[in-house]
Design a protein around this ligand. Structure first.
Ligand code: G6P
Length: 625
């Protein structure tokens, strides 16, 4: 939610800030702006809408400034208009601030500031910050090199909420002050230059050396480095680490959209996830290697999963596997609900947090709350928490000691695709390993299912190579529909939800995912010849049931699209159009069944001429509650 970036060094700042913003647009794109400091003044440029509007405004600007901060916004407080765009400034245009987050006590602070004579020009919560900093600076008697840092420190201690900020000031051209409280912020190090950003992806073309600030930490950035302090003012010793990510990861590499590229990366992603967790020459133990995660196994009596969005759908598939294969009672919670109505604590519960970004505010807050509840209830007892994430360096990665890294590489498209596939693989490996260790799956059965799992990458490749064109044609036919119903049962019910979510997110077409057997209890009333019904009909325990449910829809003249096996004549009879997928054990079918649904959503949105990678109102990483 909102992206911030800052630069101080020997190069001209504006192009670096703009490039950084373009990498962060996935975090929000309602407006953008930047502030630079040069010749004793602050220069501010802001524009509503996407970054392209800011670029146009900047075309006539001849800035040689070597320090600046910038922001791309996902509106929370105040409409996406220019006056609400960041950076925000104090009344004398001496201090500029960008923020990612929400200042929850902004109303009270604003009242005090207005009473003291400050005039506000926006509706945002952020604007209180530059006014407060300016107030502290006006009263400061500290030496010059400490004054701005101390003014920001006093200010952050007055703020409540979750925020990450970057600050520049006209009278302090040699520094940027940054602070973090529950919203991500990294500092990047170059030669004679220092950067800051909401995410490492913004800076990959400049540096691979990063320091992630922790909650309650702030830093003074100068061209020579970063001094880190706590909000209490204590100097801290922190060391950067080096990532080994290629800048090419954040390029489209010839694909029209990142989402399409990421769909096509799925075979490689599944292969990589399997390779890193399968032991090539297993001895007597499990052929799976999940590192320290196995330390959690002995005490597990039940599992609760917390997640949001697509990660929640992966959690639903995980529940099916953990219950049906490993025999462990499992519940799945929306993190935003769990935070305020958690179930009663029960000993023997493993809590799994699933978040590809590792930064989703609701998921982090739910996990932090649960960690706290466990520590209060059972002081000294080891915590049974597991994180499944694509970003080890994220807040989740630092919060939880046991992690499964999904290794999908950076995902830029707002609609999650390859990270979903990788989350599913994580749940397969976890459930199979647990089932094996608990005697629910013998070695032969485990080896058999793992052999099938290793076929999945080539089966996804087959879909991508042979079916994409037909799906694109179908998408063209459906580009103007208003409603689509997705049906699935058993392990493929979450895939119906995920197919519907993909379509909603990027094409703005109303879509609902339902358990196929539930359709007759409501959604069947929606059906008519204009409503396509996409049904997941994969061979296995509920195959015939699903086909019967599809027949019920057909009897109401709905247009039936099936995702199922090409070699089953019955399937061809039932569906008007079949999106064929290779046959494999029912348990593994979600991994292939989701692919045609991703392509269908992608091509419908592309045919509608929509901005697939940056759909309206959404953000990839939702770092506010
Ligand atoms: C946002 C994104 C979704 C994503 C969800 C959870 O809503 O638009 O694509 O599934 O956040 O993200 P996470 O990083 O926690 O998996």
């Amino acid at each position: 939610m909102c992206g911030i970036v800052g630069y101080i060094g020997t190069q001209v700042a504006v192009p670096i800030l703009i490039e950084g913003l373009s990498r962060l647009e996935y975090r929000g794109y309602d407006s953008a702006g930047l502030a630079t400091v040069s010749q004793g003044d602050l220069h501010l440029v802001r524009a509503p809408g996407k970054l392209v509007n800011l670029r146009e405004k900047l075309a006539s600007l001849d800035s040689t400034a070597r320090v600046g901060i910038a922001h791309t916004r996902w509106a929370t407080h105040g409409k996406p208009e220019e006056r609400n765009a960041h950076p925000h400034i104090d009344g004398h245009t001496r201090v500029a601030v960008v923020q990612n987050g929400i200042v929850e006590n902004h109303r009270v602070l604003r009242e005090h500031l207005e009473a003291a004579g400050c005039t506000f020009t926006s509706d945002t919560d952020t604007e209180v910050i530059p006014h407060l900093i300016a107030q502290h600076l006006a009263q400061s008697t500290l030496p010059r090199y400490m004054a701005l840092l101390e003014a920001v420190r006093q200010t952050v201690n007055q703020l409540q909420g979750a925020f990450a900020i970057a600050v520049v000031a006209a009278d302090y051209p040699d520094e940027i002050i940054v602070a973090r409280q529950q919203a991500p912020l990294v500092v990047g190090f170059g030669q004679g230059e220092v950067f800051c950003a909401s995410d490492t992806t913004a800076l990959l073309s400049h540096t691979q050396a990063f320091l992630s600030l922790e909650n309650g930490e702030m830093a003074r950035l100068t061209p020579l480095g970063a001094e880190v302090y706590s909000f209490a003012g204590e100097r801290l010793t922190r060391y950067p680490r080096t990532l080994d990510w290629s800048p090419a990861l954040v390029e489209k590499q010839g694909f029209r959209h990142f989402m399409l590229k990421e769909i096509y990366e799925q075979p490689g992603v599944v292969r990589a996830c399997l390779e890193s967790h399968l032991i090539q020459e297993p001895t007597d133990g499990s052929p799976l290697c999940l590192g320290t995660v196995t330390e959690l196994y002995p005490t597990i009596e039940r599992i609760q999963i917390v997640a949001c969005g697509t990660s929640w759908h992966a959690g639903l598939v995980g529940r099916h596997l953990l219950e049906q294969v490993a025999g462990i009672p499992t519940t799945v919670h929306y993190a935003s609900e769990f935070r305020y109505s958690p179930p009663p604590l029960q000993p023997g519960t493993l809590t799994i947090g699933v978040t590809q970004s590792g930064e989703t505010a609701d998921t982090l807050a739910a996990l932090e709350m649960e960690v706290h509840r466990c520590q209060v209830a059972w002081p000294g007892r080891p915590l049974a928490f597991l994180g499944i994430t694509n970003r080890l360096e994220s807040s989740l990665g630092r919060l939880l000691p046991h992690l499964i890294h999904t290794q999908a590489g950076i995902e830029i498209g707002v609609a999650a695709t390859k990270t979903f596939a990788a989350q599913l693989v994580a749940f397969y490996l976890l459930a199979f390993d647990l089932a094996f260790q608990r005697g629910k799956l013998d070695r032969n059965a485990l080896q058999d299912i793992l052999n099938h799992l290793q076929q999945v990458p080539s089966q996804i490749e087959w879909i991508l190579e042979t079916q994409a064109e037909a799906i694109e044609h179908l998408a063209h036919e459906f580009r103007d529909v208003h409603n689509v119903v997705y049906l699935g049962r058993g392990i493929n019910f979450p895939i119906a939800l995920e197919g519907a979510l993909k379509l909603k997110e990027i094409s703005y077409i109303h879509a609902e995912g339902y358990p196929a057997g539930e359709m007759k209890h409501g959604p069947i009333a929606l059906l008519d010849p204009q409503v396509p019904v996409v049904t997941l009909a994969l061979p296995g325990s509920v195959f015939e049931k699903v086909l019967s449910n599809a027949q019920e829809a057909k009897a109401r003249d709905a247009r039936l699209i099936g995702v199922g096996p090409a070699d089953d004549p019955h399937v061809h009879e039932v569906f008007h159009t079949l999106l064929p997928v290779p046959t494999l054990p029912e348990l593994l079918s979600p991994l292939v069944a989701v692919v045609p649904l991703q392509l269908l959503a992608y091509y419908i949105a592309a045919h509608r001429g929509l901005d697939v990678d940056q759909p309206r109102n959404l953000a990839k990483s939702v770092t506010v509650e």
